[in-house]
Design a protein around this ligand. Structure first.
Ligand code: FAD
Ligand code: NAI
Length: 458
C-alpha cells in the first residue's frame, strides 16, 4: 500500500489548492477526485455562471447601445447553444490550468471515489473506487457540497423529467425557456434570474423570506430588487412552495394557493455539505447537521485530519475554500495560521452587481458595537456617471466609533465585486479612518467612491 504525507479528498477549489500548496512545500501528496478537477466552482458553479452572465451583459449593452450613441441595427438576441459551447471552452481551459498546476507541483492526481477505511500504524487508509488502497499521515477532506432538495411534493418527479433543474443542469441549458421560475431568491437564484431575464425569459422568483439576497444589507437588497423588477422579473416574497406540477410551481401566499406557470424551474434554496459515504465514522470525525466540524486551524476533532471548503459549511464560497486550504497546509507545515471569517468579501454578479464585506449596521448593533454609517450615491464617482445611464448605485460604510476603523462595506453598482477587496484589507489591517483619507485612489475610477464615502463621514 503506497504511503503519502497527505491525501486530499476532493479536487475542487479547497482540495486542489491544498494539494498544490502541499506539493509545492515538498509533501508527497495525492488528491482524489470523482468527477472533474475544479469541482463545483469551475465545472458547474462560479465560472460557468459568470460566463453566462457576461453574455447577458453584452446583450444588455447592445439593447441599450443607443443610450451611448451607438447604432445597432436589427433585433439583438442570444444564441444560447453558443453561450453553452463558449462556457464549456472556458471551463476546459481553466480545468486544464488546474491540472497543469497540480502536475507542476508533483501532486499525484487520482480519479475515483475516495473512502476512508480506518487507520493503521502507517496512517489513515483511503480506498479509491473500493479497490485500490493508499495510506497517509494526514488527510484533508474537501468533498464540497450539493444542492439542497427538500421533500416538496412533485420535486423528485420534476427533477427526473428535467422540468426542474439545479445549478448543474441549468448551466447546460441550450434553449431559452419562455417562462422561467426560480425557487429561492438567494445568490444562485438571483444570478440566474438576472441572466434569463436579460436573454428573454419571463422570470418569476419565489422566495420564502420577505427580502431577496438573504443576509445582504437591507437597503442594498432593496435596490437590487427594484432594478431587477425594472428588467421585468416578478418577485413573490414571503411565499412557501407546496408542490411542483407538470406546468409550474404551486406556492402559498397569505393562506391561498397560487400557481406560477413554468417551462423550466430552477431549484436554488441553498446547499448542503457533502459527507455521505466518506467513511468519516471509521475514524470518528465529528459532524454537525451533516457538515464537518472544524476549528479556526481547519482541524477536525481527529488528529491530523482537516476539512476545508463547503464541507464544513462555514462560508460556502470558493475564496473561503482557498484560504482555508492555505490555513490547513500552513498548520500541517508547522506555520501557525488561523481563519478570520470577518473579512471575507462576497459578490453577487447580477447586473448591477453587489460587493459586501463585514458587518451591516444591524449586525454590528446586534453585537453591541457603537457604530455610525456613511452612505453615498455612486454618482460621486466620475467614472460611474460616465459609464452608466441609470444611477441607483450606493456605497455604505460601517464605522466602529470606538476604534475609528471600518468594520463593514456594502456597495451596489458596476465593478463593486472587483474593488470590495480593498475594503476587506482596510478592515483586516484595522486602518484608522484618518489614514484611509491619505490613500491615493486612481481617477476616474468607481472605487474612488470609498474615498468619497470616507470623507463624507460625520
Ligand atoms: P467543491 O467545489 O464542491 O468540490 C468538491 C469536489 O469533491 C467535487 O469535485 C466532488 O466531485 C469531489 N468529491 C466529493 N466526494 C468525493 C469523494 N468521496 N471522492 C472523490 N472526490 C469527491 N463561490 C464564489 O466564491 N463565487 C461565485 O461566484 C460562486 N458562484 C457559484 C455559482 C453556483 C451556481 C454554485 C452552485 C456555487 C457557486 N459558488 C461561488 C460556490 C463555490 O462553487 C463553492 O464554494 C466552492 O466550489 C467550494 O469548493 P470546495 O472545494 O469546498 O467544494
Ligand atoms: P442561498 O442560501 O444563497 O439562497 C437560498 C434562498 O432560498 C434563501 O433566500 C432562502 O430563504 C430561500 N429558500 C429556502 N427554502 C425555500 C423554499 N422552500 N421556498 C422558497 N425559498 C426558499 O442559496 P443558493 O442560492 O442555493 O446558493 C448556495 C450557495 O452557493 C450560496 O449560499 C453561496 O455560498 C454560493 N454561491 C455564491 C455565489 C457568489 O458568490 N456570487 C453565486 C452562487 C452561489
Amino acid at each position: 500500500m503506497e504511503n503519502f504525507d497527505l491525501i486530499v479528498i476532493g479536487g475542487g477549489p479547497g482540495g486542489y489548492l491544498a494539494a498544490e500548496r502541499a506539493g509545492h512545500a515538498g509533501l508527497k501528496t495525492m488528491v482524489v477526485e470523482k468527477r472533474e478537477f475544479g469541482g463545483v466552482c469551475l465545472n458547474e458553479g462560479c465560472v460557468p455562471s459568470k460566463t453566462f452572465l457576461n453574455s447577458a451583459k453584452v446583450l444588455d449593452y447592445a439593447n441599450h447601445a443607443a443610450n451611448y450613441g451607438v447604432k445597432v441595427e436589427g433585433k439583438n438576441s442570444i444564441d444560447q447553444a453558443f453561450v453553452v459551447e463558449r462556457k464549456n471552452k472556458v471551463v476546459k481551459t481553466l480545468v486544464s490550468g488546474v491540472k497543469g498546476q497540480l502536475k507542476a507541483n508533483k501532486v499525484n492526481m487520482k480519479m475515483g471515489v475516495a473512502k476512508i477505511e480506518g487507520k493503521d500504524a502507517e496512517g489513515y487508509i483511503v480506498s479509491v473506487d473500493g479497490k485500490e488502497k493508499f495510506s497517509a499521515k494526514r488527510l484533508i477532506i474537501a468533498s464540497g457540497s450539493t444542492a439542497a432538495c427538500p421533500p416538496i411534493p412533485g420535486l423528485k418527479e420534476g427533477l427526473a423529467s428535467g422540468l426542474v433543474m439545479t445549478n448543474r443542469e441549468v448551466l447546460d441549458l441550450k434553449e431559452i425557456p419562455e417562462k422561467f421560475v426560480v425557487i429561492g431568491g438567494g445568490v444562485i437564484g438571483l444570478e440566474m434570474a438576472s441572466y434569463f431575464s436579460s436573454v428573454g425569459s419571463q422570470v418569476e422568483v419565489i422566495e420564502m423570506l420577505t427580502k431577496i439576497a438573504g443576509p445582504t444589507e437591507a437597503e442594498i437588497s432593496g435596490i437590487l430588487q427594484k432594478s431587477l423588477e425594472k428588467k421585468g422579473i416578478k418577485f413573490n416574497l414571503g411565499c412557501k412552495v407546496v408542490g411542483i406540477e407538470a406546468d409550474g410551481v404551486v406556492y402559498e401566499k397569505d393562506g391561498k394557493q397560487v400557481k406560477a406557470k413554468a417551462d423550466k424551474i430552477l431549484l436554488s434554496i441553498g446547499r448542503r455539505a457533502f459527507t455521505q459515504d466518506l467513511g468519516l465514522e471509521t475514524i470518528g470525525v465529528n459532524c454537525d447537521r451533516g457538515a464537518i466540524v472544524t476549528d479556526d486551524k481547519m482541524m477536525t476533532n481527529v488528529a491530523n485530519v482537516y476539512a476545508v471548503g463547503d464541507v464544513n459549511a462555514k462560508v460556502m464560497l470558493a475564496h473561503t475554500a482557498y484560504r482555508e486550504a492555505e490555513v490547513a497546509i500552513n498548520n500541517i507545515l508547522g506555520k501557525p495560521d488561523r481563519m478570520n471569517y470577518n473579512v471575507i468579501p462576497s459578490v453577487i454578479y447580477t447586473n448591477p452587481e453587489i460587493g459586501s464585506v463585514g458587518e451591516t449596521e444591524e449586525s454590528a448593533k446586534a453585537k453591541g458595537l457603537d457604530v455610525k454609517v456613511a452612505s453615498l450615491s455612486l454618482m460621486f464617482s466620475g467614472r460611474y456617471v460616465a459609464e452608466n445611464t441609470e444611477y441607483d448605485g450606493i456605497c455604505k460604510l460601517v464605522i466602529n466609533k470606538k476604534t475609528n476603523t471600518l468594520i463593514g462595506a456594502h456597495i451596489i453598482g458596476s465593478y463593486a465585486g472587483e474593488y470590495i477587496v480593498a475594503v476587506s484589507a482596510l478592515i483586516d489591517l484595522e486602518v484608522d479612518i484618518e489614514n484611509i483619507k491619505k490613500l491615493v485612489f486612481p481617477h476616474p475610477t468607481v472605487c474612488e467612491i470609498i474615498r468619497e464615502t470616507v470623507f463624507s463621514i460625520k
